[in-house]
Structure formats: structure tokens, C-alpha cells
Write a protein that binds this ligand. Sequence first.
Ligand SMILES: Cc1cc2nc3c(=O)[nH]c(=O)nc-3n(C[C@H](O)[C@H](O)[C@H](O)COP(=O)(O)O)c2cc1C
Length: 169
Amino acid sequence: MSFPSNAIEPLSFREALGHYASGITVITSHIDGEPIGFTCQSFYSVSMNPPLVSFSVMSTSASYPKIRQAGRFVVNILSGEQIKISNQFARRGTDKWHGVEWQESPLGNPIIVGSLHWLDCEIHAEHSAGDHLIVIGEVKALNLQETAATQPLLYFKGQYCNIAAHNSV
Ligand SMILES: Cc1cc2nc3c(=O)[nH]c(=O)nc-3n(C[C@H](O)[C@H](O)[C@H](O)COP(=O)(O)O)c2cc1C
């Protein structure tokens, strides 16, 4: 067992947080004719009334300043078939949109085709927190149609997981 100490080692911190399983999203936006996006695990819901959601983004992110400029974003909740999309949008300095099919949301953000669900947001607030920024979005539209995808993409201990694989005998 590990006891509290003054200095938390970054590696231990990362490993401890890895025990919290989550879904994976890609946060996307669109400005000056250019689609923007990055893979994001830190998405969560904040408030029902008004409907608010949030994510944290590294203050060194190349995408976020453009998202801030656009003032809006879509949360694409990834499906179990979108591991490739998750990896592609986590790679800086590459063409993240290569081979990616997308449609425009009501607010003009790119919705990645094949996602499990999406939420169309306007930036409501931004707070600085350590080496990250906490971004809060107000949800203005969401997916009302049935999607073909039914399984979420899950992330646990640094690896992608699949509920279906665990359910099958
Ligand atoms: C599974 C996974 C989850 C991630 N979650 C976050 C996150 O919550 N916040 C963040 O800033 N970066 C996160 N990243 C890292 C970014 O996707 C990555 O640094 C990306 O290259 C940033 O792109 P940008 O510099 O174009 O914004 C995650 C990466 C992976 C693979």
C-alpha cells in the first residue's frame, strides 16, 4: 500500500488515474474552412439546467486556441469501432482528418460519421487549472437520430476495451 507523501510522482499519478474507466470523445470545431479536433478522455457532464458539459485540455494544445476562436465545439462520443479515429486525433502534426467522413452540426461543427452520439456546444466558460484549461460548454443541440453504432469505446489502464468482448461467453 502507498501512503501519502509530499511529492506525487507523475507516473504514479497517471497510473492511479488509469483505474478510472471512461469513454473516449473527439472534440471538434471548424474555423476559417479548417476542421479541427483532438482526442479527449476528460469529458463529463456538469449541469442539467442549463445543460452544461466540460472537458480539460492541455494548455499547449494546438487545437484549443482555434476552438476558442470559433467559440463552439462538438463532443463526438466514440463507438467501439473507432479506435483508429481515437489514435488519429491524438497525433499532433499529422493530417488528423485523413479519410475521416464528417457532417456539419446545427452550429457548424464537424460531426464524425460513425460516432455513438454527439453534443453541439457553445463555449460557456474557461478556467485555468495547472497545466490544463477546464472548458465548459452549453449544449445547444444533440443527436436525435438512431445511430448504427451501439457500443462505446472504453478506456481503462491506458488501453481500449470493448464491453461486447467481455459480455460474450
Ligand atoms: C485516449 C486519449 C485520451 C486523451 N485525453 C485528452 C484530454 O482529456 N485532454 C487533452 O488535452 N488531451 C488528451 N489526449 C491527448 C491529445 O489527444 C493529444 O495530445 C493531441 O495530439 C492534442 O492535439 P492538439 O495539440 O492538436 O490539440 C488524449 C489522448 C488519448 C490517446
